[in-house]
Design a protein around this ligand. Sequence first.
Ligand code: FAD
Length: 445
Amino acid sequence: MSRRPIDLGEFDVVVVGSGSAGSAAAIAAARQGARTLVVEKLPFLGGVSTAVLDTFYGFYTPGEVAHKVVGGIADEVVAELRRLGTVVERPNTYGAGTGITYLPDHLKIVWERLVTAAGARVLLHAMVQDVAVDKGRVHSIVVATKAGLGIVRCRVAIDASGDADVCHFAGFSYELAGRDSPAQSLTTTFRLANVDVDLRRTVSRDELHRLMREAANSGLYHLPRRDGSDHITPIPGVTATVMTRVPGAAVRGEVTVNATDPWYLTEVEIEGRRQVLEYARFLRDKIPGYANSHLVAMSTQIGLRETRRIRGEYVLTADDVLQARQFDDQVALSGAPIEDHRSDDTTRWQYLPEGRVVGIPLRALLPRDGENVLVVGRCFSATHDAHAAVRSMAQCMAMGQAAGTLAGLATTNSRDIRDVHFNVLRDRLRDDGAILLLDEGAPCR
Ligand SMILES: Cc1cc2nc3c(=O)[nH]c(=O)nc-3n(C[C@H](O)[C@H](O)[C@H](O)COP(=O)(O)OP(=O)(O)OC[C@H]3O[C@@H](n4cnc5c(N)ncnc54)[C@H](O)[C@@H]3O)c2cc1C
């Protein structure tokens, strides 16, 4: 290296990645009084919640009676969104429970307000490239910035990168989706304006899918996924979609790669946008209400569902999810079904028993080979199937709140994260509105 790295300072807690999990973690850690930094490679906070999507799932159980299963910081996020504009609650016909649809640009501002008001510092356009680790402790983090490489020192690192980058650079163990287990497919989302929403409503979900299959089978449209969805947004006449489908992994040479491979990531970004044009053409040509629509936005980047999942002190399994297992150390709940988007043309769904939830144990956020690292969001410790259920943004926010609170409690009391008594964490989370047991969230209808 020809230049000395810039000194970016020392923090109690450094959160890598500012998605639903990382931003919530930064808010929680800073509120405990910890000197907190969140490092984000994009120019705004929010990750998938602002760069790709517009609907929170996971707040409620699906089924006849909806139970609220996530509260705390996640509730504050929704309240702030409502202050900025319209938020639409949509019953989810695809089975994940009621969705909360917002404007992604509003959410960028909400995350900035909540994170900075909590007292955390933010470093944007900053990509973590390496870490210095000794006996399982991450001491410092190497960040690529516009001014060159920088070093930030930390007492606790929270890996909220979605791709478990911190754990990867630290040499901790993880499962690579595609190589060690199936990989969920990738999706570039898009929005269309000037949609006649009333006319669109005359077409049922089944009919939409039949028309997709018919168009694909005609050979005139390249539509890899035949059961994609579109939904209304807070803006009249604008709909958003989750339709395109790019394989989550592929064999290149003799190696299986996924979106953590830089060449494959480039390939899938280009393929995702190519598919957007094709699906938009299909909608205009074939679906009532879309004849005069215009493509107005594509996601900032392709949506990655899973890449690396760390091996934690506990690995959440499909059996845990489907049995609605509860844990002594659970820090969050999830009632969403297993929603497995593979690379073929459909999506597989498996439900928990009606009205039941699985607990998310703290041990699933603790890498088994890391001492001062917590992992939150879509790279937490779970099998492929369990991950396919417990990765909605409400669950990511709840995991983030739990990890951030623990990191804050540990650093402000000069303790290691494993030395904080679980009861102390649990009581603080409850005081801060988190829901840790099903009966703590009221039935909603
Ligand atoms: C196409 C798609 C549709 C989905 N649909 C829904 C839905 O409708 N509702 C729902 O609730 N959930 C949905 N999900 C699931 C959910 O969106 C994700 O599981 C969740 O957003 C993941 O949040 P996260 O904070 O773990 O990760 P992310 O949101 O991916 O955040 C990770 C952050 O880390 C940053 N980062 C990564 N690496 C580095 C690095 N090295 N240095 C610095 N920063 C870094 C990224 O830029 C990003 O901001 C969907 C997911 C996808 C992909």
